[in-house]
Design a protein around this ligand. Structure first.
Ligand SMILES: [Zn+2]
Ligand SMILES: [Zn+2]
Length: 358
């Protein structure tokens, strides 16, 4: 057993070095907090080795072009780091609207592997925002002013797109209840079943954005992206757009990926327990056994709006046009509206009242 400790394994979920904890008798990743038994780790490591051996040795592309032609702008106000090609200068921060300063070059590590090019032109994106405003009465007046329209930014958001292997085990008590009447009697028969499920679930293309100050729920709300249109990264796609530099690495991202994967697997397994009147789960053990990662830029038209010291974020899927964001309520307008409504109700009851007394 002791020799196990000297072996260096990579965490199957975040690729960091994973350590053997003698106390727990388990491999434990201190970066993403995954843990595996020795038996599991052996199986995983063997599979990883086999996979690595069967894969043709790709030459590691050292893309000097990306590092040489990409400028990084830093917002001193919110800390956003915005990347752009040398022909596209950033002047303001897409997130907080403050001026940005050119802070240098990007390192090759931030070169994405893939990019999903924008499908939706700027005009169309602006039109989507206008359509949104049309249906909302209580937006502040300048919500989509000319200045505000100019701030709508075509932003490539850094995403980690993952394939996740999940082991799911679930035990449940299933009940089938049948009732019938015979003569003067009503009968109810309850049959109980021990339901057990063991499943290996493979989730493909589970995305999570790697920019900490972009709202996660907002990004989930504009899913899905169709990865069929994904291209290997090339500088030309960046032209005219901005990209946010990721600040969340795989280890930091893993808890979120894990949560989504567990939730999806849980639903899937529960969904397979059909044909029972009721099902109550007595034991559920769902674990992520491996995660493969791709660093990808996904296209988002982004707009933020500052209202009473709060930043409201809006996003439009740059591929599909799906829109998301919760707008601020202009209380003045709400009050005005309820005031009008009050007047109308007053007028109506006055009329009715008048009618009744006449
Ligand atoms: Zn890990
Ligand atoms: Zn900023």
């Amino acid at each position: 057993m002791a020799q196990m400790e000297s072996l260096v394994y990579k965490c199957p979920n975040c690729a960091a070095d994973i350590k053997f904890s003698a106390k727990e008798q388990k491999f434990h990743c201190e970066y993403c907090l995954s843990s595996f038994t020795q038996e599991e780790m052996k199986t995983i490591a063997a599979a990883q080795e086999q996979q690595a051996a069967s894969r043709p040795k790709e030459e590691i592309a050292v893309d000097t072009e990306f590092a040489e032609q990409t400028s990084v702008y830093t917002c001193s106000s919110c800390g956003a780091q915005i990347m752009a090609d040398d022909n596209t200068a950033a002047t303001f921060c897409y997130y907080c609207h403050n001026p940005v300063i050119l802070s240098g070059r990007v390192s090759g590590d931030f070169r994405p592997s893939y990019v999903l090019p924008f499908q939706l032109e700027r005009d169309l994106a602006v039109q989507h925002f206008k359509d949104f405003v049309k249906k909302r009465w209580f937006l502040p007046k300048d919500f989509l002013s000319a200045a505000q329209q100019e701030r709508i930014t075509g932003l490539y958001v850094p995403f980690w797109v993952t394939d996740v292997d999940v082991n799911a085990e679930m035990d449940a008590l299933g009940k089938k209840i049948r009732s019938w009447t015979s003569g003067n009697y009503e009968y109810t028969e309850t049959r109980e079943y021990a339901v057990a499920r063991k499943a290996k679930v493979v989730l493909r293309g589970l995305p999570a954005d790697g920019a900490s100050h972009i709202d996660d729920d907002l990004m989930e709300a504009i899913e899905p992206f169709d990865y069929k249109a994904v291209k290997p990264f090339a500088m030309q796609y960046l032209s005219g757009f901005f990209a946010e530099k990721y600040d969340m690495n795989m280890s930091k991202m893993f808890p979120r990926i894990q949560q989504r994967a567990v939730q999806a697997s849980d639903q899937l397994v529960r969904g397979s327990m059909v044909n029972y009147t009721t099902v109550s789960v007595t034991r559920s053990d769902i674990r992520v056994m491996g995660t493969t990662w791709e660093y990808m830029l996904l296209p988002v038209w982004f707009m933020t709006y500052k209202y009473k010291d709060k930043t409201y974020e809006f996003a439009l899927n740059g591929q599909t046009g799906k829109f998301a964001g919760t707008p601020p309520l202009c209380m003045k307008r709400v009050l005005l509206f309820s005031g009008l409504l009050g007047l109308l109700v007053g007028a109506v009851s006055f009329l009715i009242g008048g009618f009744l007394t006449s």
